[in-house]
Design a protein around this ligand. Sequence first.
Ligand SMILES: *Cc1c(COP(=O)(O)O)cnc(C)c1O
Length: 417
Amino acid sequence: MRTFEATIEQWKEEAERIVRPRFEEIDAIVEHNQWKVIEAFRSCKVSDFHFNPSTGYAYNDRGREVLDELYAVVFGAEAALVRPHFASGTHTISTALFGVLRPGDELLYMTGTPYDTLHKVIGKTGDGTGSLADFGIGYREASLTPDGEVDWDEVARQITPNTKVIGIQRSRGYAWRLPFTVQQIGDMTRKVKELCPNAIVFVDNCYGEFTEKLEPTEVGVDLMAGSLIKNPGGGLAETGGYICGRKDLVELAAYRLTAPGIGAEVGAMLGTTRGIYQGLYMAPTIVGQAVKGSIFAAAMFELAGFASSPAWNAPRTDLIQAVVFERPEQLIAFVQGIQLAAAVDSHVVPEPWDMPGYENPVIMAAGTFIQGGSLELSADAPIREPYIGYMQGGLTYSHVKYGVLNALQNLFDRNLL
Ligand SMILES: *Cc1c(COP(=O)(O)O)cnc(C)c1O
């Protein structure tokens, strides 16, 4: 078995000691959410036959219909649309936005610049890609304050009579800021509705699900979207996304996913249904493993002398652990070290490349069972200053620990520590 440098081993002992009380908090959240999910399965009377594959139009696929109900119950929403037909988180968010926005409307992001892949969804007037802008849908954003808080004066300035959707991104994406907790999102929603009573508050919930006891749709958010190859897929869903929230808005999103008039009533699930159900069942516990892994990583990188966010003792509302490196070689060694620790493709060395939808070269460690699945241990970084590596996921806490130790050892081996 792999052994690590004595100093790294010492940091490990120390990190495990200091994070122990945090793990009790995480266990309480896991138990709450695990029971919440089981009770939702019970109230929806989930049965073995719901897992059967469907084909063709798949009219009256009970498994698909009950899955939508189940997500709605778990997320405290009126309705949900859970489909393997969403190709990614970006596709899911894009479907929600196109579903509810109309020419002349404006989208306002109140949490600063959204996640990189959404820039092309927002687009530019006349770009010819069918972006929101190409359809005459305007875009504004209110930057966050330098310490990552909502700038309310700026939000008020950016609201116009055309503001239709107000976007909140819960997780940090590739920005150096803390994620917004569910309580903060609830407060933001209440306050922004005072300024703009008819706006639809939309939350990009990627990486947030089950990290807290409540979800944004339980604190007043109108519409929310996320990816099934992140938290709620539990590592078992093979592909897909979910949209949930107000019934009328979810229906509009469904019209956009399939076709107006058809909506959620068609869509063959093929063989994906069981994995999506079982993944949701597993998700609270697996997310707990990943959160513990992030807390351990925060403590380890702090002991190793790197700035890391959130701190090991800070509240958690997503899976992302950001670590700041001084030089690009350290960043690359970190990501490659995480890949070295993978169960799948550990022999592959990731290199920076121009990924579709991203504006800088990105390096990704994704030695995962589900391609790009980031509830599994993974790390990524755009190669740009400041050199921040983002790690997330891990289906077992022990695997994250192994990943962090390998990453630090890789830095040590290259004289970068
Ligand atoms: C991952 C992510 C997305 C996009 O999901 P993809 O599956 O990568 O398209 C959007 N927003 C946030 C905050 C994310 O973390």
